[in-house]
Design a protein around this ligand. Structure first.
Ligand SMILES: [Zn+2]
Length: 154
C-alpha cells in the first residue's frame, strides 16, 4: 500500500486566533521577535530567513487528547503567510534530521524512528505501511519540539 500523505501545520483557525488575540490558546502573550534565520516555522512549514517577524507560542498538536497530547513551543510568523500545500512534504524540512513519532487512532504512542537528513519522506511511507499508525509527528531531534503532523490523505 502506497499511502498518500498529508502534512499538517498549525491549523489556520488557530493561527488566526493567536494573531488576533495577541496570545496563544494557553494564555502566553505573542512576543514579536526578529528571526535570526533557521527557525522552523509551523505556520507555512518553511525555515525562517533572517529578519522575518516571528513569535514563539504554545501549540498542542494532537487533537485526540489523552496523556500523550503534549503542549510545546512552536515558532510562527506573526502575520499571515502562505498556507503550505497539504500533499507535499515540506521542502525546507527534507535535509534535517528528525524524530518521527507515530500514534494510533486513540492517541497512544507507537515505536518511532530517527530519520537522517533526506530520509524523512521514505521513513514516513514505511511507518504508514502499519495500519495501526494513524498519525506521525515530525519533531526536532534534540529539543523534541513538534514540527508538523502527517496523516493518510482523506
Ligand atoms: Zn509562516
Amino acid at each position: 500500500m502506497n499511502a498518500e500523505l498529508e502534512y499538517l501545520p498549525v491549523p489556520g483557525a488557530e493561527l488566526d486566533r493567536i494573531r488576533c488575540n495577541g496570545h496563544d490558546d494557553f494564555g502566553n502573550a505573542v512576543v514579536s521577535l526578529i528571526a535570526g534565520g533557521g527557525e522552523p516555522l509551523r505556520c507555512c512549514l518553511t525555515i525562517a530567513p533572517a529578519g522575518d517577524q516571528i513569535a514563539l507560542v504554545s501549540h498542542r498538536p494532537m487533537t485526540a487528547g489523552g496523556p500523550y497530547a503534549e503542549i510545546g513551543p512552536v515558532f510562527v510568523h506573526t502575520s499571515e503567510c502562505p498556507v503550505p500545500a497539504p500533499d507535499v512534504f515540506p521542502m525546507d524540512f527534507r535535509d534535517r534530521r528528525a524524530v518521527l513519532r507515530p500514534y494510533d487512532a486513540s492517541g497512544q504512542m507507537l515505536d518511532g524512528v530517527v530519520a537522517e537528513p533526506g530520509t524523512s519522506e521514505t521513513e514516513l511511507k514505511r511507518l504508514f505501511e502499519d495500519p495501526a499508525v494513524d498519525t506521525v509527528q515530525v519533531r526536532n531531534v534534540v529539543a523534541g519540539c513538534w514540527n508538523f503532523t502527517v496523516r493518510r490523505h482523506g
